[in-house]
Design a binder for this molecule. Structure first.
Ligand code: ATP
Ligand code: MG
Length: 563
């Protein structure tokens, strides 16, 4: 086994697959990722993608991309396109195996007819509301529909006429005839078809009856020859129904395996909720960098490698748990640390004038592009008499443990000189510090004092005359609570939206960034990782902060609190 493969964690799913291969139940591994094209993919889907495509890779098998497009009311080809793009971006290839549940509508219809003929399905005239009432509860058995014992002939006739469009929406359904007293509610004569006179994005107006998810899903897996149908835990109770359908039809029978869906702190992952965030304008769109969608994470600067790494680290389990978002952030830091070139940028500029520096002099300082990867070389960054440093790096009245610049104190400017603050200029009206007057020590060029004297802080800087202005978007969690769904009565998750999740600043960045293109990622020294936003134009640079450098996960690891 190749090295990269042997490092992947083994899970309970591996055990099941190994057993199936050993027992001869299957002689190959064929999985699928089955999104419904009714929204954008998010980090939870990434877990399912990495799992399904990953298992296929590990076992030399195949993984299909199947669009589960059984509901014409919520689906849209625009989502199909975004899903394709996101799966590809994550690094997976479904080759020629792009399938649609809607391609199986004819086969599903024939199978439904087969079940009617076998006396295992019937047309019901009860309304949706009545069906709900007749279903019973976990403690009470359901009640049989008065239409349950229609003859096969009548059912065949009515079902055909349903297909032909003779009946209005909601007037009839096709149901499986299983057991209204079953302790499993999914087996209480589940609905297989409903009448929806609506155009479908692929089948147009060919159909006005549409299969339910429960009827379409298992059969779609069977048609594609899927061996291991991996889904999230909430489908565990549906498994007996899927088994019942497949056995009643006598067709290829995949094994369904359930795993825990991903939940993340400070994040909602329900498509319904994500759609609300978009539609109600809490974010700028599905690809807003605060969204947990793959397109949002991509725009935020996440790499596919970081996301795959995250998915492998969290593993798969049989019980639901919430993952700390700090782990996701840790993964992207780990990845970008190795590859992102370093740059200097000042987010909240404070002007610094070096009094003893020659007025018109410019020096080009050698800066290391990436100390983690010296093969990335060095670059020259201009230094001159007037600079910007970070406003936070100066305190007129420094508290204990504040080692950065203060009146009378000396610090290092990275790759440049030691400077000392000799005076503070304030706005006479507001009292705000508007400029620092400093001196530099020419003997410290490069950042070290020949006399061996030490400073306690190293600051980043840019030359005012050379720096480029840039819009920088700084992000915080979209929600203020680890569990956004924890609300007072009468509220919903939007009550926990963080009003300060986006902060926009006008920053100054070093001139080498002039050519930076959308999607390029950098570390701004001491500030975090940043990516050029697609809003950038030739006239205006726009950056998103992917993540700060403060790694709370690494801290927890060090303290032995997490693995
Ligand atoms: P919906 O609420 O619309 O059904 P969904 O999240 O189930 O949303 P699908 O498009 O049906 O969305 O999901 C496709 C696949 O992704 C499913 O097989 C599902 O198991 C998996 N998936 C969805 N959300 C998660 C999650 N949070 N963690 C792991 N897997 C997920
Ligand atoms: Mg679903």
């Amino acid at each position: 086994m190749a090295d990269s493969e042997s490092k992947k964690p083994r899970t309970f799913i591996h055990e099941i697959i190994d057993e199936d291969l050993k027992s001869g139940r299957f002689d190959r591994v064929h999985t699928r990722f089955p999104p419904e094209p009714n929204g954008y993919l998010h980090i939870g889907h990434a877990k399912a993608i990495v799992l399904n495509f990953g298992l296929a890779e590990e076992y030399g098998g195949k993984c299909n991309l199947r669009f589960d497009d059984t509901n014409p009311l919520t689906e849209d080809p625009h989502y199909v396109e975004s899903i394709r793009r996101d799966v590809r971006w994550l690094g997976y290839d479904w080759e020629d195996r792009e399938f649609y549940a809607s391609d199986y509508f004819e086969q599903l219809y024939e199978w439904a007819v087969q079940l009617i003929k076998a006396g295992k399905a019937y047309v019901d005239d009860l309304s949706a509301e009545e069906i709900r009432r007749y279903r019973g509860t976990l403690t009470e058995p359901g009640k049989e529909s008065p239409y349950r014992n229609r003859s096969v002939e009548e059912n065949l006739d009515l079902f055909e006429r349903m297909r032909k469009g003779e009946f209005p929406d909601g007037s009839k359904v096709l149901r499986a005839k299983i057991d209204m007293a079953s302790p499993n509610l999914n087996l209480r004569d589940p609905v297989m078809y409903r009448i929806i006179h609506a155009e479908h994005h692929r089948t147009g107006n060919k159909w006005c009856i549409y299969p339910t998810y429960d009827w379409a899903h298992g059969q779609s897996d069977s048609i594609e020859g899927i061996t291991h149908s991996i889904c999230t835990l909430e489908f565990e109770d549906h498994r007996p129904l899927y088994d019942w359908f497949l056995d009643a039809l006598g067709v290829h029978h995949p094994r369904q395996i359930e795993f825990a869906r991903l939940e993340l702190t400070y994040t909602v992952l329900s498509k319904r909720k994500l759609r609300r965030l978009v539609e109600e304008g809490y974010v700028r769109g599905w690809d807003d960098p605060r969204m947990p969608t793959l397109s949002g994470l991509r725009r935020r600067g996440y790499t596919p490698e970081a996301i795959r790494d995250f998915c492998e680290r969290i593993g798969v389990a049989k019980s639901n748990s919430v993952v700390d978002i700090a782990l996701l952030e840790h993964c992207v830091r780990q990845d970008l640390n190795k590859r992102a070139p370093r740059k200097m940028a000042v987010l909240r500029p404070l002007r610094v004038v070096i009094e003893n520096y020659p007025d018109d002099q410019v020096e080009y300082m050698d800066c290391i592009n990436n100390p983690e990867d010296l093969s990335q070389g060095t670059r020259k960054v201009p230094f001159s008499k007037v600079l910007y440093i970070e406003r936070d790096d100066f305190r007129e009245d420094p508290p204990k443990k504040f080692y950065r610049l203060a009146p009378g104190r000396e610090v290092r400017l990275r790759y440049a000189y030691f400077i000392k603050c000799v005076d503070v200029v304030k706005d006479p009206g507001t009292g705000e510090v508007v400029e620092l007057r400093c001196t530099y020590d020419p003997a410290t060029r490069g950042g070290d004092a020949p006399d061996g004297r030490k400073v306690k802080a190293t600051l980043h800087w840019v030359s005012a005359a050379h720096a480029l202005e840039a819009e920088v978007r700084l992000y915080d969690h979209l929600f203020t609570k680890p569990d956004p769904n924890e609300v007072e009565e009468g509220q919903d998750f939007t009550a926990n939206i963080n009003p300060d999740s986006l902060q926009v600043v006008t920053a100054y960045v070093e001139p080498s960034l002039a050519e930076a293109k959308p999607g390029e990622r950098f570390q701004f020294e001491r500030l975090g990782y940043f990516v050029v936003d697609p809003d950038s134009t030739d006239d205006k640079l726009v950056f998103n902060r992917t993540v700060t450098l403060k790694d709370t996960w690494a801290k927890l690891q060090k303290a032995g609190k997490v693995n």
